[in-house]
Each structure stands twice: as structure tokens, then as C-alpha cells.
Design a protein around this ligand. Structure first.
Ligand code: SF4
Length: 733
């Protein structure tokens, strides 16, 4: 007899409620849950594929250990005995820093790894912690840390009430939203326009979101900080700065005026590719709209000036008085959040061994992981733990990192696939599918455009240990308790610590273990005083209402105020100014081609590369599902028709794309959606390597865009990789 389960989709940030029909061990249907308090029935192709993911024959169902170069299936006890025998000696002989950790993007979409991963990583005690954040949103953590005092205090656009949304480097109609949890963005943006509001998109590409907007400005890649500075300049010049109630809670406005002064619309116009009059008009519209918000996403963070661009987004929201106001940029009030540090944010508490790059939010840049593996000496990385990550496809200079992984003495991966990265592992520990585990979206309710809470019990039983049990068993190994530690006792200890830090009594969640105990404790100590039982009684979620003003209480800076111009950020402004003047002079500099191809003087075949999102793609890890790799979800290099004609490329022909880091070949897609001079390749592809066990992905391999990205140039304050605005050369293959 089929049964029905209501689950929160964990595949992306939108947190859609889904209704799953299960017949025995088969998933027979996945559809949007029309009663879900937040998503109201919305679903995308990835959500529909949850059943296919569950049934995927390539998905790992037993631990694997590499013997004589071949993976063999083993028991869990054998796998942990291998880890204990090989990892502990490395830690004992070479120190904790000899073990690196890489946590991939899916680990933040999984309540087990979100809650128990940091416990394990702290127990390993390594400085070499890396994650997908430094190929994604780290600049936003950095700027939130310094402006508002906490790296997770990220304001989100109040999209349901705004009248003017200026969006840069984001394509939520395809990504389904990022650093903005908002199911059905198409419906929300339609509603914005239907109530007389205006959507302006700034992007080098006429994306699907740009096509649905009132206005699209095709900016030159990597120049968002210049545009945003020019908008601030106009606000000061025209006396449009109006902080309103924020004035009492903000330091640094005078410093901002001085910093913005050189960046006039005229000074930046040719560089950003948007004329000065249009910049002035945009600034006036932003300042005079009834309720307005600026929002920037991955195109603004994964570029050479990612921190400055992220910062200036928030600066504009403050200068126009739109921070913490309905319809502006607001701080969500989640029902549960993991206890954070009570100290004001700072970075650089340690530095990477080889390049001296500063730690940010407990992490080093993944762009320097290969350095740390390759360079001999004390503290050299000799072992690696990856958790739901595929850096061989997602990190810059991927071929170098791939080769470096081959030099490790030992590697463990917690992952559902034998993929491009985990093929280097000595032991792979699989986890259950999203339908076989509990879920609470701890991370993304902190970024939600409406306050909601939804608990998902496991929809189906699993033959595999839950990831929290696997992580605690690994914790036992690294803390010298051997391959068979008392996982229950470790869990009790973790729960006790959580309760203490959250100010709750662990006995309140008696009868529960694992994530459900921790979530119960966090809910009980949260601002709504909910319990897990409350959520269990509400399978379609609990609506906690629209976002509300949270200042000054949400501010955690030492001053208790918004620090609009902190030195850690403004120290990078001269680098931007130098880049601008170098361009204006026409003088060469180290990365003269980064960020923007010199207009009018481009050589034939010289382009600037940007990435792109695809609706049916989830970074690298869902390409083994036939339903998601069909149709338009293709790995092509998109080229403007004029550019294609200029170098003899035709639609469907093979192009050779080269950068300072490497070369790939892939089919050409001629399209006028791109700004001339800009080409685009999606990330997450390149499955044509030996030793993987993903047959569908291999048949739709595509090319790895990160062969072209460089691990040298970085966003200076955070070490975030430059994935947009890369100089490349194109030619017929
Ligand atoms: S939009 Fe995201 S959360 Fe919603 S169904 Fe698609 S993948 Fe799942």
C-alpha cells in the first residue's frame, strides 16, 4: 500500500515542501506540496529527481576500501579499522595540521553534517579546513562579520514587499535563489512587477532573470564594485543619503563619502560598460523608490573584488535607509540556529603555511589546498577528509588539485558517489539518501525571506548509518578511541555541549538522539520557544510571519553599531582604485585582462570567461541522473554571434578554450544573450576521468570549467577564488 511523506527538499536553498509517494522501497512520485506554508506547491526538476537519486544504481551502498589500486566493498568495521590504522599514525607523527578537511556544498544541506561536521573538524584540530565557501559566498560572511559583527548575519532582500530590486550577479530563476531562501522566485518577481515595482538586473549575460526584468544592464565582468561605488558616489553628490532610523546605529558614513569620491560615474563608466547617465539614473531610482533593496550574488562574490562588491551592496542598503526595513534588506529571525561565537568577528587568526593567506571564518582558501599538499616541510598536508565535496571539479586549477590528491598518504571521503574526487580516497563511507534521513534546514532558514520552520522525519528506512553516526565514529578514531567508539556516549556529550551553549537543559529533549535532539534543544532555546513536537505536529511547516526589524539587537559588533567602513574591508579599496587608474592609463598591470577585456582593443580570440547556472544541475553531484542531464542542460561554451563569426566558430562546432591554467575543448553555443567579448561555461562538468563509478555522468561528461580557473589571483581579503572574469583564448578545435 503506497504511503505519503511530506519532506523539505534539501537540494538547494529554496527549502520547498514536497509530497513523496512511496510504495515499498520504491519512490513512485515526487510533487510539490500545495499545503507547504512557504513553497505552496512549487517544485523544480531537481526536486522531482529525488526518487531517481534514491534509486540510482551507481549510488554507493557499502563502504569501499582501496586495495592494490582497486576499490572493494567492505563492512563498516573493516572500513573504520582501515581508517584507524592509517589516519592515526599520520596525526601522531606529523601533527594535526597534516590532516586537511574539505566540506562540500551538500554538507550544509544536511542536518547531520551541518550539526556534527563542525564537532568532528574541531576534534581533528587542523588549521587546514577548507570548504566550498571560498569558491562561493565567503566575501559575504566577511563583510557581514565586519559590518554587523557576525558572519551569519546576512541581510536578505525582502522580495515580497520591495518596490525596487537591484540585482547583481544573480540568476534566481535558474538557481532558485542563493543567500536568499525563497521558493518560486519567478512567482515572487512577477508579484513584484504586478504591484508596480521594478526589477533591474546587472549581469554580463541576459539571463532568464534578466529577461523577466524591467531593465538589464550588461556589465563588464568583475567590475561590480566600481558600479556600486559609483552609485554611492551619486547618493552623496546629490544629497540622497538618507539613513533614517539607521543613523543612530551606524558609524562610518563620513568615511564612506571620502572613499566613494573618486568613483564618479564618469570615472567608471567605460570600465563597467554602463554609461554615466544610466548609473546616475539608477542611483536616483534606488534612493527615491518607496521600498528598495540591492542584492548581489555569486557573480559579485567569486571575482577579483568580491569582498568590496559584497560590502558595497550592504553599504547602499544602509545609505538609502533600506537596511532592516520592510521591503529592504532584512535580517531573518530563524526558529533555531546553531550557537555562534559571542566575540566580535575577526579574521587572520592563523595563516596558510605556504602562501600566508589569512584564515576567514575558520577556513583557509581552497585555492591554496594544492600548495599545502605539494610543498614539503612541517605542517605539510598528507591526509585528507572530504565530506560531500568534489573539489576536483569545483575548485580552481582543478588539474593541479587532482594531481595533488594523488600524492596524499591517506584520504577518506564521506560521499554517496565514487566520483572525480573520491576516486582518490582510500576509504569511502556512503550515507543515506535525502529521503532516508531527517532534515531541518538549519542553515537556510537563516537566509529566508519569510520566517518559517519545518521538520522532516526520514521518509524511508535506511540500511546505512546516518551521517551523524559516521562522523561521530570518525571523531572516535581521531581522538584515539579506536575504530569502535561508543557513538551513543559521544552523542550524549555533544548534546550536553549544545545544551550548555544554547542555554537549554539537555533533559528537555529526553528520549531523542542525534540531530533531532540537537534541533529540539535549539528550537527550545530559540526566540519562538518552539519544540520539535510542535513541528512534528505540523507536517507542512509552521509560518512564523514576515521578516521584522531586528536592529540594534541583531548587531554584534564591539561598538554595537553598523561599522560601515571597517579597515579590514576598506584596506582593499586602493587595489580597486589602482586597477581603475591602470585601465584608464592603458598601462599594463599584473592581471590586465582580469575582470574586463579591454574594449575596442581586444585581440582576435581574446575573451573573458564567466560561469553560468543551470536549472537541472546542482554543482557537480547530480549529473548521474538521466532526467537531469537531458535536454538543454548542456555543457557548452556560449559565444556572442559577432564574436563567433570573428574567429570562425559556428554553433555546435568544437572550440578550444585556453587560459593561464589549462585548456579544455567543448561545443560552441552561439547566442546573443552574452555581452560581446564575454564567453560562458557552466561549472560542475568534466566527468570523463578514469576510476569513477557514475555511468550516466560519464556519458554526458562535458568539460571541467575549473581547468581554466586559476588558483593564483584571489579576492584579496578572503582568498575566494576568481571564477568570473577570467581571460581566455578561444579558437576552433
Ligand atoms: S527549487 Fe530547490 S528546494 Fe525547491 S524543489 Fe528545486 S531543488 Fe528542491
Amino acid at each position: 500500500m503506497p504511503t505519503t511523506a511530506h519532506v523539505t527538499c534539501p537540494l538547494c536553498e529554496a527549502t520547498c515542501g514536497l509530497t513523496v509517494t512511496i510504495d515499498g522501497s520504491d519512490v513512485t512520485e515526487v510533487r510539490g506540496d500545495h499545503d507547504d506554508v512557504f513553497s505552496r506547491g512549487f517544485i523544480c526538476p531537481k526536486g522531482v529527481s529525488l526518487g531517481a537519486l534514491h534509486a540510482d544504481p551507481d549510488r554507493l551502498r557499502t563502504p569501499l576500501v582501496k586495495r592494490d589500486g582497486e576499490f572493494v566493498a567492505v563492512s563498516w568495521d573493516e572500513a573504520f579499522a582501515e581508517i584507524d590504522a592509517r589516519l592515526r599514525p599520520i596525526m601522531a607523527e606529523r601533527g594535526n595540521d597534516a590532516v586537511a578537511v574539505y566540506a562540500g556544498n551538500p554538507s550544509i544541506h544536511n542536518v547531520s553534517t551541518t550539526l556534527y561536521g563542525p564537532v568532528l573538524y574541531r576534534a581533528i584540530g587542523t588549521k587546514n579546513f577548507y570548504s566550498a565557501s571560498t569558491v562561493d559566498q565567503m566575501p559575504k560572511h566577511f563583510t557581514s562579520g565586519y559590518l554587523f559583527g557576525a558572519p551569519l548575519s546576512i541581510p536578505v532582500p525582502d522580495v515580497d514587499r520591495t518596490q525596487f530590486l537591484l540585482m547583481l550577479g544573480a540568476n534566481p530563476l535558474v538557481s532558485n535563489g542563493s543567500l536568499m531562501t525563497a521558493p518560486d522566485m519567478r512567482g515572487r518577481l512577477r508579484a513584484l512587477r504586478a504591484r508596480g515595482g521594478k526589477l533591474v538586473v546587472v549581469d554580463p549575460k541576459r539571463t532568464r532573470t534578466a529577461e523577466a526584468a524591467d531593465e538589464h544592464n550588461a556589465i563588464r565582468p568583475g567590475t561590480d564594485a566600481l558600479l556600486l561605488f559609483a552609485l554611492a558616489n551619486v547618493l552623496f553628490e546629490r544629497d540622497l543619503v538618507a539613513l533614517g532610523g539607521l543613523a543612530d546605529h551606524t558609524n562610518g558614513v563620513a568615511e564612506m563619502r571620502a572613499l566613494a569620491e573618486p568613483f564618479t560615474p564618469e570615472a567608471v563608466a567605460s570600465e563597467v560598460g554602463i554609461d554615466a547617465d544610466a548609473i546616475r539614473r539608477l542611483a536616483v531610482e534606488l534612493a527615491t523608490a518607496e521600498r528598495a533593496v540591492v542584492y548581489g550574488r555569486i557573480g559579485t562574490t567569486t571575482q577579483e573584488f568580491g569582498t568590496l562588491a559584497s560590502w558595497l551592496v550592504d553599504v547602499l542598503n544602509v545609505l538609502t535607509g533600506n537596511l532592516d526595513q520592510p521591503g529592504g534588506a532584512m535580517f531573518p529571525a530563524p526558529a533555531a540556529s546553531a550557537p555562534g561565537s559571542s566575540k566580535p568577528f575577526r579574521h587572520g587568526r592563523w595563516r596558510s603555511r605556504v602562501r600566508g593567506l589569512p584564515e576567514v571564518y575558520g577556513e583557509l582558501p581552497v585555492a591554496t589546498l594544492a600548495d599545502e599538499i605539494e610543498a614539503p616541510g612541517e605542517g605539510q598536508v598528507r591526509a585528507l577528509l572530504t565530506v560531500a565535496g568534489n573539489p576536483c571539479l569545483s575548485a580552481p586549477n582543478a588539474e593541479r588539485l587532482d594531481a595533488a590528491f594523488g600524492q596524499l598518504d591517506f584520504m577518506v571521503s564521506v560521499d554517496v558517489y565514487l566520483n572525480e574526487t573520491t576516486r582518490h580516497a582510500d576509504v569511502i563511507l556512503p550515507g543515506p539518501t535525502p529521503l532516508e534521513r531527517q532534515h531541518y534546514d538549519l542553515a537556510f532558514y537563516q537566509l529566508s525571506v519569510r520566517n518559517v520552520a519545518n521538520w522532516t522525519p526520514a521518509a524511508m528506512p535506511s540500511d546505512l548509518p546516518q551521517e551523524w553516526e559516521t562522523l561521530l565514529r570518525l571523531l572516535g578514531v581521531v581522538t584515539g578511541q579506536g575504530p569502535n567508539p561508543d557513538v551513543g556516549a559521544l552523542d550524549d556529550f555533544v548534546a550536553g555541549e549544545f545544551a550548555r551553549r544554547a542555554g537549554a537543559e539537555v533533559e528537555e529533549a529526553a528520549g531523542r538522539v542525534g540531530p533531532e535532539r540537537l534541533v529540539d534543544l535549539l528550537l527550545r532555546s530559540g526566540q519562538y520557544g518552539l519544540t520539535l513536537a510542535d513541528l512534528e505536529a505540523a507536517p507542512h511547516g509552521v509560518d512564523l510571519g514576515p521578516l521584522t526589524s531586528r536592529l540594534p539587537h541583531a548587531l554584534k559588533t564591539a561598538s554595537g553599531k553598523i561599522e560601515l567602513a571597517p579597515e579590514a574591508i576598506t584596506a582593499d579599496v586602493p587595489r580597486l582604485a589602482a586597477r581603475l587608474s591602470a585601465r584608464s592609463d592603458g598601462s599594463p598591470d599584473g592581471h590586465a585582462a582580469y575582470g574586463a577585456a579591454p574594449h575596442g582593443s581586444r585581440l582576435p580570440g581574446e575573451f573573458v570567461l564567466i560561469g553560468r547556472r543551470q536549472l537541472a544541475s546542482n554543482n557537480s553531484w547530480m549529473h548521474n541522473l538521466e532526467t537531469l542531464v537531458r535536454g538543454s542542460n548542456r555543457c557548452t561554451v556560449q559565444v556572442h554571434p559577432d564574436d563567433a563569426a570573428g574567429i570562425g566558430l559556428t554553433d555546435g562546432a568544437l572550440a578550444k578554450v585556453s587560459s593561464a591554467a589549462g585548456t579544455v575543448e567543448l561545443p560552441v553555443e552561439v547566442t546573443d544573450v552574452l555581452r560581446p567579448g564575454v564567453v560562458s561555461i557552466p561549472h560542475g562538468w568534466g566527468h570523463d576521468v578514469n576510476g569513477v563509478r557514475t555511468s550516466v555522468a560519464a556519458a554526458h561528461a562535458g568539460a571541467n570549467s575549473n581547468v581554466l580557473t586559476d588558483d593564483g589571483p584571489l579576492d584579496a581579503p578572503t582568498g575566494t577564488a576568481v571564477l568570473n572574469g577570467i581571460p581566455v583564448h578561444l579558437a576552433p578545435a
